[in-house]
Design a protein around this ligand. Structure first.
Ligand SMILES: Cc1cc2nc3c(=O)[nH]c(=O)nc-3n(C[C@H](O)[C@H](O)[C@H](O)COP(=O)(O)OP(=O)(O)OC[C@H]3O[C@@H](n4cnc5c(N)ncnc54)[C@H](O)[C@@H]3O)c2cc1C
Length: 577
């Protein structure tokens, strides 16, 4: 197949805050240098590619933004019309029991948000995209990075974008267009959490050697339109407790946006032990709490979304450079889990990458040796003390909620040491924490046990299919599934027996379904046979529901689900999220 090659200088993969900030800063540095030095660097071609249909379409966050990063990138961001919902005026922290909401007299210091801004990251990202375009950066939405391109000695030389117009059998359709090889001196991976190219690059080059495994959470979120001003713009509430059990890391957020829009969500740690946990159902239960339910009563549910969060912190960050490549933002794990904040550090990491690339352009040297300057810049920036202070935050919750909280307090006092003395607390990968049904104490294979008393009422609480509809997800159904399950036999045998097919629960978009495929009178095999159930079940992948949250790639207990990019433009449309 003939493929077009396009020679760029720098290619940024993923148009999130990290890469857009990197592209803008790089473009500004080059323009300033060229103005002062008689156009010494000449025209440098910078491209940003994005898998979503538009810039920001796949961007989902809380979000309360610490403005530190944006203020460094664009000091007059307010005057230039950055879309800010509201300045934070009130911070509340509540502990929820089943029926009560107990207000904490003090706000935990990492959750002090006064002077920060509530934003729709979707809008902010779209705005950053406009700033980039105005500065001459080439932006290509609907262009997923499908494969890294390597030269000699594993040097990264660019990225191949995904083919368009392949049918579900893998054959070319009438509208077939092969992907393009975008060749670059430096490729910057800013794919966000659990980037599909980043994952492979890290594995191939062993960039995570000596690191703790990255651990994740899943944030599930809805926007509601309230009938009155009961929750003002600029009010921030965080909750702990109900409905999470004490072995499950989790908490809720409620942020007041403009025009009486309430932004509400729930985070569940993707290192839970109970194999029957369903993070979407945990969020729905959270809304059924009397305090939250009252807040939403009479309101209208308008949007839904879900996305994973990289929570491992400092000790889980991989080496962020190699020959011809840098990793920025959530792809490198810059998020501070204690503060639930990553926008500011994503922006800063993009800027530090830009400064390193600028230096490399001047030296015409794109080797790992020069690009190592990026990690050095990170070490010398405000990112490092911030992340080191909370370096053992998430690991402490392996010992349960209360010891995790006590540990977080101790770390605050000791500058990040776990249990007051340890520099580094170890954590296992999240999928390894999930226990088998029998080990967790479940009897039989009734996977509805955990939520048997909970019902979706269609008013306050919604099932996954209704929610997914409100994520405005669209994928052309006549394309190969972008969720590759490497061995589907495991699903109907070992996984059914050991974990009760947890993909049906951890996916917040009803992508995975075990369907009954038994022939009348057929003899049962596998787990069905051992428990006397004559039905034969097979995995069905409803890939068109996928909201690109990456949870399946992260949480599958056998690590046999591989998330790859679908045809460009497919996925959710997170307007206003
Ligand atoms: C539920 C939730 C709540 C959060 N709350 C807050 C908060 O209150 N405050 C805060 O500061 N931070 C918060 N964060 C974290 C914050 O959103 C992230 O740290 C930040 O968005 C990271 O920016 P990024 O540019 O690294 O990645 P992203 O914002 O994830 O952007 C990555 C982009 O790359 C694209 N992409 C991915 N792979 C490819 C590919 N192969 N080819 C082309 N395009 C690709 C994606 O579609 C996406 O547009 C929250 C995150 C979540 C999920």
């Amino acid at each position: 197949m003939e493929r077009e090659s396009l020679e760029m200088d720098v290619v940024f993969v993923g148009a999130g805050p990290a890469n857009l900030s990197g592209a803008l800063h790089l473009s500004n540095l080059i323009s300033q240098h060229n103005e002062k030095n008689n156009n010494a660097l000449g025209e440098i071609q910078i491209a940003v590619i994005e898998k979503g249909a538009s810039i920001g379409a796949h961007t989902l966050s809380g979000a309360v933004m610490d403005p530190r990063g944006l203020a460094e990138l664009i000091p007059d961001f307010k005057e230039r019309g950055a879309p800010l919902e509201a300045e934070v005026k009130e911070d509340h922290f509540l502990y929820l029991t089943k029926k009560r909401a107990i207000r904490s007299p003090i706000n935990p210091p990492p959750l002090n948000n006064h002077g920060y801004y509530i934003v729709s990251l979707n809008r902010l990202t779209a705005w950053l995209g406009e700033q980039c375009e105005a500065a001459g950066v080439n932006i290509f939405p609907e262009f997923p990075g499908a494969e890294m391109l390597y030269g000699e000695n594993d040097r990264v030389v660019g990225v191949r974008t995904g083919d368009k117009g392949i049918d579900k059998e893998g054959k070319q359709k009438a509208n077939f267009e092969p992907g393009v090889d975008l060749l670059a001196k430096v490729t910057v991976l800013g794919e966000g959490v659990r980037g599909s190219l980043t994952k492979k690059l890290i594995q191939r080059l062993g960039l995570d050697e000596g690191c703790e495994p990255q651990v994740y959470s899943l944030g599930v979120k809805e926007l509601w339109e309230l009938p009155d001003d009961r929750y003002p713009a600029g009010r921030v509430t965080h909750t702990l407790g109900f409905p999470s059990d004490q072995w499950t890391y989790g908490g809720g957020w409620i942020y007041g946006m403009q025009n009486r829009i309430l932004n509400i969500g729930y985070v569940t740690g993707l290192d839970y032990r109970d194999p029957l946990i369903d993070p979407h159902a945990e969020f729905q239960k959270f809304k059924s709490h009397p305090f939250v339910g009252k807040l939403l009563s009479g309101g209208k549910f308008i949007r839904y979304g879900a996305k994973a969060i990289a929570a491992g912190g400092w000790h889980a960050m991989p080496k962020m450079y190699s020959d011809g490549v840098l990793i920025v933002g959530d792809s490198a794990g810059f998020l501070n889990a204690a503060r639930l904040k990553g926008i500011h550090s994503a922006i800063k990491s993009g800027m530090l990458a830009a400064e390193t690339i600028f230096e490399a352009l001047l030296a015409q040297d794109y080797s790992a040796q020069t690009l190592a300057g990026y990690e050095q810049r990170v070490k010398e920036s405000w990112i490092t003390p911030e992340l080191r202070q909370y370096r053992n935050f998430h690991a402490g919750f392996r010992h349960g909620r209360w010891l995790g909280m006590a540990n977080a307090g101790l770390q605050y006092i000791t500058g990040g040491r776990a249990w007051g003395v340890l520099d580094r607390d170890h954590q296992e990968a999240g999928h390894e924490a999930m226990q088998k049904l029998s080990a967790y104490g479940y009897h039989g294979d009734d996977v509805a046990q955990r939520y048997q008393d909970f019902k979706f009422d269609g008013q306050l609480t919604f099932n996954k299919v209704t929610d997914v509809y409100h994520a405005a997800v669209a994928h052309d159904e006549d394309q190969p599934a972008h969720l590759h399950v490497l061995d589907t036999n495991i699903c109907s045998t070992r996984c059914a027996e050991e974990y009760g097919n947890p993909c049906q629960r951890f996916c917040p978009a009803a992508v995975y379904e075990m369907v009954d495929v038994s022939e009348p009178g057929a003899v049962a095999t596998g787990s069905s046979a051992s428990n006397g159930d004559p039905r034969q079940r097979q995995l069905q992948i409803n890939f068109s529901n996928c909201v690109h949250c990456k949870t399946c790639d992260i949480m599958d207990p056998y690590q046999i689900i591989n998330w790859v990019t679908p045809e460009g433009g497919g996925g959710p449309d997170y307007k206003g999220m």
